[in-house]
Design a protein around this ligand. Sequence first.
Ligand code: TXA
Ligand code: MG
Length: 347
Amino acid sequence: MSVVASVNEAAQISAAAQALAEGKLVAFPTETVYGLGADAENPEAVARIYAAKGRPSNHPVIVHVAPEADIRYWVKEIPAEAEKLIAAFWPGPLTFILKRADHIPDAVSGGQDTVGIRCPSHPVAMALLRAFKDGKGGVAAPSANKFGHVSPTMAAHVIEEFEQEVQAGGPIAYVLDGGQSEVGIESTILDLSRLATHGPVLLRPGHITADQLASVLGVVPASPDAAAPRASGTLDAHYAPHTPVVQVAANELDDVVQQLQAKGQRLALMSYQAHPAIHTDAWRHLPADPAGYAHDLYAGLRELDHADADVILVEALPQEKNWQGVNDRLRRAAFDSQDVLRQLLAS
Ligand code: TXA
Ligand code: MG
């Protein structure tokens, strides 16, 4: 595996595009998180992504396309809703679920009759997609992390995730380094595959908010129903570091820290407010606005995961609508929070 440090060189982009065309894997930066890419039309290449991630094969992956791509190639039909949202938000952190065209392999959609499609705005991602199959191809790419683990927002995170594969000379041909991902959490996913019966459904909240979608659609997207398409990022436990994560309300933080320290626990703390009276073994202060917090969230969790703490305490966030994306990721990272806290306090 080779890491490309200077990503603006056309020769490196075209070498990576060539590797994709040969069925190899290429990790690349997007504005949300880094993706682990393969030729979406090559089922064997897509299978290599699943194997590298340790991901169940019935979980669909998102197909990434260049800004000039004709998405008609990938889908059965493009509803007017999609056209308006594409005009407003592409290239950008918004993924659509649409009915898949018949010739698109099952492998990318986990056997479902839909396909997830997105046009990323990161310049390196766009350059790679334009170079791959003359801009007419699709790159299937989940986040470049092991299944269930924290998504990578830097090339170094990708290398950390796939250290063993690197040593073994695994299937990842290149890791393109495009600096830290601007957005920091995965794209907003909107299901437009069942418009007639369900309307637009927000499967995964993200940087592009429900309100922004509503301002273009004229309706607020619905929350997922029981029949909504499956999405692995919507599993209860996901995006989690190895150290248990516990969310604690700001006004209980002081008390919880004291109780755990009295039990001899090693603590890491992530907060968006200053808590001058609290002293933990490791501490990460994140920006107090949703975009700034999202930008640093995964890097912060990774850093605290290395602090050798018994638990990562996270100061609970405001519940306002514009915090929905980060709250969603934190809830999954801290999914059995209350049980963990009870056990730690009882130990
Ligand atoms: O920001 C992102 O979306 C990043 C970057 C790399 O583009 N990708 C990403 O991929 O987050 P992944 O695989 O980690 O999450 C994609 C989510 C999964 O929850 C998957 O189940 C869902 O999208 N998904 C993809 N295709 C789908 C489909 N046809 N129906 C329902 N859900 C789908
Ligand atoms: Mg993921």
